[in-house]
Design a binder for this molecule. Structure first.
Ligand SMILES: Nc1ncnc2c1ncn2[C@@H]1O[C@H](COP(=O)(O)OP(=O)(O)O)[C@@H](O)[C@H]1O
Ligand SMILES: [Mg+2]
Length: 277
């Protein structure tokens, strides 16, 4: 894929930032530094206030960002975990049918999942799983690659699924693909109660964030706010305590070309492959 000068600069900056590190998926645990857990706790608290639960049912929140690698999946998975830890019943839905990675967090196969359900090839029981260590946390993986992810996500079945999940859970948290690369998130966001935009400190451009907000608002999504992921203190010390290496161009190319990333689709090997590239 040929990259523009703008994209080359972005890639160089990202490579520099992640030079010595390897790709590593990260879920909050007892060893997570206090300030990171606290940041997610604050995010959870802000969301609970911005889109409060009603008597009719739970709340659905879309998480998206401008570009790949901003931290959408990391933020979505940890946000879901945070809700579950506070005793809410939550379901994490991988609506990134092109390149979903939620299955990896739970060491599950990505199929059958959302796309299989939406295309009528799997039942809700078949795609809805409960996390091993937390019965408050359920998840739906992305499913088999489909030639028409946008159409599946835009469908009436998707609207009905979100409504059904809202009856069963307090929170429905949806992970989506990057908004400035593909339109899938625009099909999902207006069906949910609110949308959170993720950006990555020192990598995201204000103009891209603005463009994403405009695009979401044009699609009638309720934009709740911005999460600044991987924030660096002024001293240059990393806030996240971990980082990644994954080239922008490969990810962009991957949209629509790779199988979703679950155990049966490469899983840990795919992780190593990306890290060594
Ligand atoms: N705050 C952070 N600090 C360090 N690495 C991070 C941080 N957030 C995400 N990452 C890493 O960056 C990579 C991309 O994150 P991911 O959540 O998959 O992004 P996206 O879903 O937006 O493509 C992953 O390897 C993840 O572990
Ligand atoms: Mg992702």
């Amino acid at each position: 894929m040929k990259l523009s000068l703008f994209e080359k600069l972005r890639q160089r900056r990202r490579d520099k930032q992640n030079k010595k590190s390897q790709r590593k998926d990260y879920l909050l645990n007892e060893k997570t530094p206090f300030n990171i857990t606290e940041a997610f706790r604050k995010l959870k608290a802000s969301l609970s206030v911005s889109v409060p639960k009603t008597r009719e049912g739970g709340v659905a929140v879309t998480v998206t960002s401008s570009y790949p690698e901003d931290g959408k999946t990391t933020v979505t998975a940890n946000l879901a975990l945070m809700f579950a830890m506070s005793n809410a019943k939550v379901v994490l839905v991988d609506a990134d049918i092109r390149k979903g990675r939620v299955a990896k967090f739970f060491k599950k196969k990505s199929s059958p999942g959302l796309s299989d359900y939406l295309s009528g090839h799997a039942s809700l029981e078949e795609i809805l799983h409960t996390a091993k260590n937390d019965e408050n946390l359920s998840f739906i993986t992305c499913g088999t690659r489909s030639p028409k992810p946008y159409e599946l996500l835009e469908s009436e079945e998707m609207t009905k699924l979100i409504e059904t999940l809202k009856q069963k859970f307090d929170y429905v948290v949806l992970d989506t693909p990057p908004i400035l690369l593909v339109s899938d998130a625009l099909a999902v966001a207006p069906k949910t109660d609110g949308t959170v935009l993720v950006c990555r400190h020192l990598l995201s451009y204000v103009s891209d964030i603005q463009k994403s907000v405009d695009t979401l608002q044009f699609a009638k999504a309720n934009v709740l706010g911005l999460v600044v992921n991987d924030y660096h203190e002024q001293s240059g010390k990393k806030y996240g305590g971990y980082s990644s290496y994954y080239r922008y161009s490969q990810y962009a190319y991957g949209y629509g070309d790779d199988e979703p990333d679950g155990e049966e689709n490469g899983g840990e090997n795919a992780q190593e492959r990306e890290a060594s590239e």
